[in-house]
Write a protein that binds this ligand. Structure first.
Ligand code: ADP
Length: 506
């Protein structure tokens, strides 16, 4: 509350004069913040990155380079190597050697010590990793600082704890490592996805060849430096960079025992086809179109914050985003009004500014895709509402957007947009909400907002999605499994479930 709405009583206590008397908000002045940019002057990045194979940085066999840009400025940050299939072969051989000679020979306790060390070193480098993540990927520093990096360390800590307790994880069975794991990750949570992949693999005694996405390779390359500094035995972690063909070379390599992929459903299907008939184990974590269901008895203000967090968080670059809002008719008008007002307060801009709520869209390709969907939504007859503030002149930025009057068969309701775009539909009964929630090809995550515990249990049982959040959204914890139904993927990551794909049980 601003000072103008308050007066001081005699004892110094601040009291509202007449509640809401002058609360007609002038959003521009009320939410004006001074700039608070995080400095990136001290960040040490190389101009050119080689591949990390067998414990050292080595030039690629053909020497082909790619650029990674800062999507907020469109300026190149660094060059990195495009690994060829010959490079992948070297990386897989190095992982195989490390698997046979060192890593699988260590006791669980010794492996655990290394993984704890990696976790602690991520914490020690937390600030720099967060800044690099925001520069390379466009996400607000508040998120990379408070969500991505601390969670990445937490996943390493969690799986370090399992390394010497595999007999308790799988009572009565002997858990053997799978061997060499090929891991391919996307650009929305680069370091966090790396931790989801590498930590359980190492804990179970496997070695890895990991490829970050071509638009966000930098934190993975920094992690390679951390592996060196941690004294991790050579070849246990290999980081190879490149785009789709490099990923395909990992998938197709005959000496890889397991593939873990997170990315688009489209590429997931290609990978699954290539793996058909091979003995390779695999997990796929793919797209989503998360329904967020708000019942009439929900705590409405918390629900508004939850909705904002579920779709505008990380520019909507979240596979489990609550991109479809289903709201019960009786509260629809009130909720939509509050939501639009809250959306108006969101700050879109410099990812390194601590006030920023919505940073830059990760790449030009993704920026164009989102804008294409905005056109599709309007053409389909939905009503578009956007935050009215100007966007920065340079860089790839999108306004947070709400579509009302969206129909179930509309493409904006059925297809994953992967941007700060929310569709809103209404429902009358819980059954109608469940039908609408389940009526897409995806099933990754969903939310339910209600005052009634019984309704949470009843509805969540019938929703076909891997995660159902109740009266919250986008909460992650290393101990709980994550993964999808239908076209959202196969297998689970996180928690005890996340160890299964990395072991053979005897
Ligand atoms: P998006 O479409 O959201 O960019 P992708 O699924 O294309 O996501 O990318 C996720 C990861 O998969 C990236 O690391 C990318 O380089 C990699 N990739 C893309 N195409 C292939 C492919 N055919 N085989 C293996 N990996 C691939």
């Amino acid at each position: 509350m601003t000072q103008s709405t308050k007066e001081k009583s005699k004892n110094g206590e601040v009291k509202p004069t007449s509640p809401n008397s002058d609360l007609k908000l002038d959003f521009d002045s009320f939410w004006e913040y001074s700039e608070a940019p995080e400095s990136s002057d001290h960040i040490q990045l190389k101009e050119k990155y080689d591949l990390f194979i067998n414990g050292e940085f080595v030039a690629g066999n053909k020497g082909r380079m790619m650029n990674t840009i800062n999507p907020a400025t469109e300026k190149t940050i660094a060059e990195f190597t495009e690994a060829t299939s010959e490079d992948i072969d070297l990386a897989v051989k190095s992982a195989r050697r490390a698997y046979e000679k060192t890593w699988s020979k260590l006791t669980g306790k010794e492996r655990g010590k290394y993984i704890y060390r990696l976790a602690r070193m991520i914490q020690e480098h937390a600030k720099d990793l967060a800044i690099i993540e925001s520069m390379d990927g466009g996400k607000p520093i508040r998120e990379s600082r408070d969500v991505d990096v601390p969670l990445a360390a937490a996943y390493f800590f969690y799986y370090a704890g399992w390394a010497d307790k595999l007999d308790y994880a799988f009572p009565g069975r002997k858990a053997e490592p799978v061997g060499v794991c090929g891991q391919i990750i996307p650009w929305n949570f680069p370091l966090l996805m790396l931790s989801w992949k590498i930590a359980p693999a190492l804990a179970a005694g496997n070695t890895v060849v990991l490829k970050p996405a071509e638009t966000t390779p930098l934190t993975a390359l920094k992690f390679a430096e951390i592996c060196q500094d941690a004294g991790l035995p050579d070849g246990v972690v290999n980081i190879v960079t490149g785009a789709g063909p490099t990923g395909a070379a990992i998938v197709d390599h005959p000496d890889v025992d397991k593939i873990a992929f997170t990315g688009s459903t489209e590429v997931g299907k290609i990978i699954q086809k290539s793996l058909a008939g091979s003995k390779k184990k695999f997990t796929l974590e793919l797209g989503g179109k998360g329904p967020n269901i708000i019942f009439e008895d929900a705590p409405i203000d918390q629900a508004v914050e939850g909705i904002i967090n579920s779709i505008f968080f990380n520019q909507g670059h979240v596979c489990c985003a609550g991109s479809r809002l289903l709201v019960q008719e009786g509260i629809a008008d009130k909720l939509i009004k509050k939501l639009k007002e809250r959306m108006e307060t969101l700050i879109v801009g410099d990812p390194l500014d601590k006030n920023t709520d919505i940073g830059a869209i990760n790449s030009k390709k993704q920026y164009e895709k989102i804008n294409e969907y905005l056109k599709i939504g309007v053409d389909e007859g939905a009503t578009i509402h956007q935050n009215s503030k100007e966007l920065p002149e340079n860089g790839y930025f999108c306004k947070p957007t709400i579509f009302t009057d969206a129909g179930q068969s509309n493409r904006i309701v059925q297809e994953e947009i992967f941007g700060p775009v929310l569709t809103i539909q209404t429902f009358r009964t819980p059954d109608e909400a469940i039908d609408k929630a389940n009526n897409t090809p995806f099933g990754l995550a969903s939310g339910i907002w209600t005052d009634k515990g019984s309704k949470i249990f009843k509805v969540s049982q019938k929703i076909r999605s891997g995660v159902v959040w109740a009266n919250t959204y986008n909460k992650f914890d290393p101990t709980s499994p994550f993964g999808g139904y239908k076209e959202s993927g196969m297998g689970r990551e996180g928690g005890l479930h996340g160890l299964y794909p990395y072991v053979n049980l005897k």
